[in-house]
Design a protein around this ligand. Structure first.
Ligand SMILES: NC(=O)c1ccc[n+]([C@@H]2O[C@H](COP(=O)([O-])OP(=O)(O)OC[C@H]3O[C@@H](n4cnc5c(N)ncnc54)[C@H](O)[C@@H]3O)[C@@H](O)[C@H]2O)c1
Length: 381
């Protein structure tokens, strides 16, 4: 299956299939505008060695000389020192302007390898081979690359430095999802549910119903269902980003992809939360799942969406095995203050993306306090 991403001056294809990593060399050679001699492979240390080997063999079959480096993905390692190390290894491997970088891994690997390729020799091609569900349906598509910035007094500021750098191709092999920890798979599902709540905006009206019906097959890792899930969600994200490549639209556009994310960003870095009996920090996708419930409840409180819709969102999230409530959240005023600091807020104005229950989402500026409180109450355990 292929999804064409008709973005700006550099359109590309996302190849989705079971076992297609073995065809990566062929896909890469067809996609490159000029032939490459070398490939610099940045491999996520969590990805099984068999996948790295399959990729390297497919490159060798096409006479591409590969150099491989491995990175251990964690937010602190999405950093200047790690970027510097990648760039200097690329120079040591004598990568030329026409050679390419291949990112094999989750969103952290794709973001840093993508940013290295955007800056090395003022830009070399990058091919994304996402290995987590989140990377397949979200981070590998749309061209955002970058690293975090550790700012004294402010801590780790996520994705503060980066570039828009579209991949030359994306190869999403759903077989790789079999080795992914179940918790990481579910975290990626939160972004799929987000797309499904915007089914009209992403021009796939049946996406919510399809996601609901197929959830048991998705969590059971049924290969044809996973392929359809990835392809439809890539197409969904592509429809949004193609209309707003650099996130400049005043209302809507790429901002809509932040549905539920202002709530999520405010809670995902909090240290002392507990889901069920499990204490610790949330994965981004878990925070997004809670954010979607909070946003739907907030919309219902404002009369923008039916109350039954908010309940349906929580049911879908529970069926995906994602948390619907968390304990240990600070008082509402503190969470609201953290939401106001979200980088998507402008000039102190709190901007939320809320689902309307009809397949559309909407930017709402400065929602009433009681609506935010209702949202937070809905996700307190
Ligand atoms: N560029 C964008 O548009 C965009 C969008 C969303 C998120 N992001 C970024 O993506 C990052 C999160 O990405 P993520 O959720 O993929 O997490 P991740 O990159 O941290 O990977 C999650 C974990 O899964 C392991 N893993 C990856 N693939 C595996 C496989 N096939 N089998 C077994 N283990 C595997 C990794 O080693 C890691 O431990 C964040 O840094 C976020 O900022 C970027």
């Amino acid at each position: 299956m292929q999804v064409h991403v008709a973005i700006g001056e550099h359109p590309y294809n996302v190849h989705v299939g079971a076992g297609i990593l073995t065809q990566a060399g062929e896909i890469v050679c067809r996609a490159l505008r000029e032939p490459a001699a070398r490939a610099f492979v940045v491999a996520d240390a969590g990805v099984p060695q068999s996948a790295v080997k399959a990729l390297l063999k497919s490159l060798a079959d096409r006479s591409l000389v590969a150099t491989t480096t491995s990175i251990t993905p964690s937010e602190p390692s999405k950093s200047w020192p790690a970027l510097h190390s990648l760039l200097s290894q690329m120079a040591q491997a004598r990568l030329e302007r026409t050679d390419l970088v291949i990112a094999l891994g989750g969103g952290i690997t794709g973001d840093i390898a993508g940013f290295a390729s955007a800056t090395y020799r003022r830009g070399v091609p990058v091919v994304q081979c996402p290995t987590t569900l989140l990377a397949m349906v979200d981070s590998s598509v749309g061209g955002k690359t970058g690293i975090n910035l550790d700012v004294p007094g402010s801590g780790l500021m996520k994705n503060m430095v980066g570039a828009f750098w579209q991949p030359t191709a994306v190869v999403a092999d759903v077989e790789l999802l079999r080795s992914l920890p179940a918790r990481e798979l579910r975290a990626g599902l939160a972004e799929c549910i987000k797309h499904a709540l915007m089914s009209a905006d992403v021009e796939d009206p049946d996406l919510l119903e399809w996601t609901r019906t197929n959830m048991p097959r998705i969590v059971a890792l049924d290969a044809p269902t996973l392929q359809e899930l990835v392809a439809r969600n890539v197409a969904a994200k592509a429809r949004i980003v193609c209309g707003d490549e650099r996130e400049q639209a005043k209302d809507g556009g790429r901002a809509l992809l932040n549905l539920g994310h202002t709530f999520a960003h405010a809670i995902e870095t909090l240290p002392d939360l507990t889901i069920g009996q499990t204490p610790g920090t949330l994965l981004h996708g878990e925070a997004v799942a809670l954010g979607l419930i909070a946003a739907a409840t907030c919309a219902a409180k404002m009369g923008l969406a039916p109350q039954a819709f908010a309940t349906d969102v929580a049911t879908l999230i529970r069926n995906a095995g994602l948390p619907t409530a968390v304990s240990g959240l600070p008082p509402d005023a503190e969470v609201r203050a953290r939401m106001a600091h979200d980088k998507k807020s402008r000039a102190g104005e709190l901007r939320l993306i809320l689902p309307l229950g009809n397949g559309r989402a909407k930017v709402v500026s400065n929602p009433p306090e009681e609506a935010i409180t209702a949202g937070l109450t809905a996700i307190r355990a």
